[in-house]
Design a protein around this ligand. Structure first.
Ligand code: FES
Ligand SMILES: [Fe+2]
Length: 389
């Protein structure tokens, strides 16, 4: 679905008919749910400013529930966040002329400097639906009046399962969100992880490259279900001995553990609007969930969550401790930091829209192409600068 004006050169878009909507989506897609913060980032009564796909939004938790409004007064456009004023727990007052809005529905309830104005009760600031699940705050970036699809359609399968315990941390990364989504799903990019301390810690293997083919890729596009692409690593042919001029110059790490998920990750999948799931990573029996939420054209909110199925509070606590003591220093900061470095490098090239047509993808980049086509086919709208103005 696409009906907004484009802001990418039409001559470029014509050249990629199968993923045109993806090339347009430098600010992401509309009418989808996005992970914007961890629950703990917004305490009771606290106001948090977020930028989502270029839109400045304020979050506030009131009696446990988080509400979201546009960070822009309808009177003269001042950002509330410059000097937030809240005279009651459930209202926010613009510091310039005192327009006061309710957090619940955005309605203008009072004007401190003009208490008899006829507009009181008749106008509102934009609000956004918010949902909180698994310790993550999701905001629906959509058109007012549109009923949001259920959150479960916009998150990777398994994420919302009752027995899935997740722990995570987030980073602001200086690259477009699409480079992050593609980096996470890029079968060849394991090459950059060959030096990660995670490999020695887990005694797991990592090839120099995975070679994907269409036989290994499953596209999920059933109506009413999450839309994604799954790449089955166990079917890939893998490269362990990398050669130049026939001589081995780099070797992948072979696992000392039994073959199968014990020895290496079994697959990766990427999901609309901007998330991923890596199975049996960073170790067997774990799932890594990631979000690459667009912030601006040049930055994204990179949320990494490690999930594990648990049967008790004690197991959930053990998972929490393992996340902070082991996975955060070793995997987030010893493995995924290598991904961040790559995305920042990619950004220098891809910030120019023409780069998407002069890149030189090869056969083994098929998963990336499948992802682009899925996004084109199934997105619910393109975010454009018109939505930000
Ligand atoms: S700009 Fe906000 S009250 Fe006037
Ligand atoms: Fe990676």
């Amino acid at each position: 679905m696409r009906d907004e004006a484009t802001f990418v050169d039409e001559s470029l878009l014509k050249k990629v008919p199968r993923w045109r909507g993806y090339l347009e989506a430098k600010l992401g897609f509309r009418n989808h749910w996005y992970a914007v913060r961890l629950s703990g980032d917004v305490g009771e009564g606290q106001i948090e400013k977020v930028t989502l796909a270029g839109e400045n939004i304020l979050l506030k938790r009131i009696n446990g529930k988080v509400y979201a409004i546009r960070d822009r007064c309808i009177h003269r456009g001042i950002p509330f966040s410059q000097k937030p004023e809240c005279y009651t727990p459930d209202t926010i007052t613009c510091w310039y002329h005192g327009f006061t809005y309710r957090w619940f529905d955005g309605v203008l309830s009072d004007i401190l400097a003009a208490p008899d104005s006829r507009v009181i009760g008749n106008r509102k600031v934009q609000t956004y639906p918010v949902e909180e699940a698994k310790g993550v705050l999701f905001v629906y970036l959509g058109d007012e009046g549109v009923t949001p699809q259920p959150l479960r359609e916009d998150v990777p399968p398994y994420f919302l399962d009752d027995d899935m315990a997740v722990e995570g941390h987030a980073y602001l990364v200086q690259s477009n969100w699409r480079l992050a989504a593609e980096n996470g799903f890029d079968a060849l990019h394991v090459y950059i992880h060959r030096t990660s301390p995670l490999l020695g810690n887990t005694q797991r293997g990592l090839p120099i490259g995975h070679i994907a083919s269409s036989a290994h890729i499953t596209v999920y596009e059933e109506a009413g279900e999450p839309k994604g692409v799954y790449d089955d690593f166990e079917q890939h042919s893998v490269v362990y001995d990398a050669t130049v001029d026939g001589n081995v110059v780099v070797k992948g790490t072979r696992s000392s553990r039994p073959p199968g998920p014990e020895s290496r990750s079994s697959g990766a999948s990427t999901w609309l609007p901007c998330s991923a799931r890596v199975d049996n990573f960073p170790d067997a029996g774990h799932y890594q969930f990631e979000w690459y939420t667009p912030v601006t054209e040049d930055s994204h909110y990179y949320l990494i969550l490690i999930g594990k199925r648990v049967n008790s509070e004690a197991e959930a606590l053990a998972h929490r401790q393992e996340f902070w003591n082991r996975w955060k220093p070793l995997s987030l900061e010893g493995f995924n930091n290598q991904d961040i470095e790559a995305r920042v490098g990619l950004q220098t090239f891809y910030k120019d829209d023409r780069a998407w047509l002069t890149e030189g993808l090869i056969e083994a980049d098929l998963p990336i192409m499948k992802w682009r086509e899925l996004c084109h086919e199934h997105n619910r709208g393109i975010q454009t600068p018109d939505h930000i103005r």
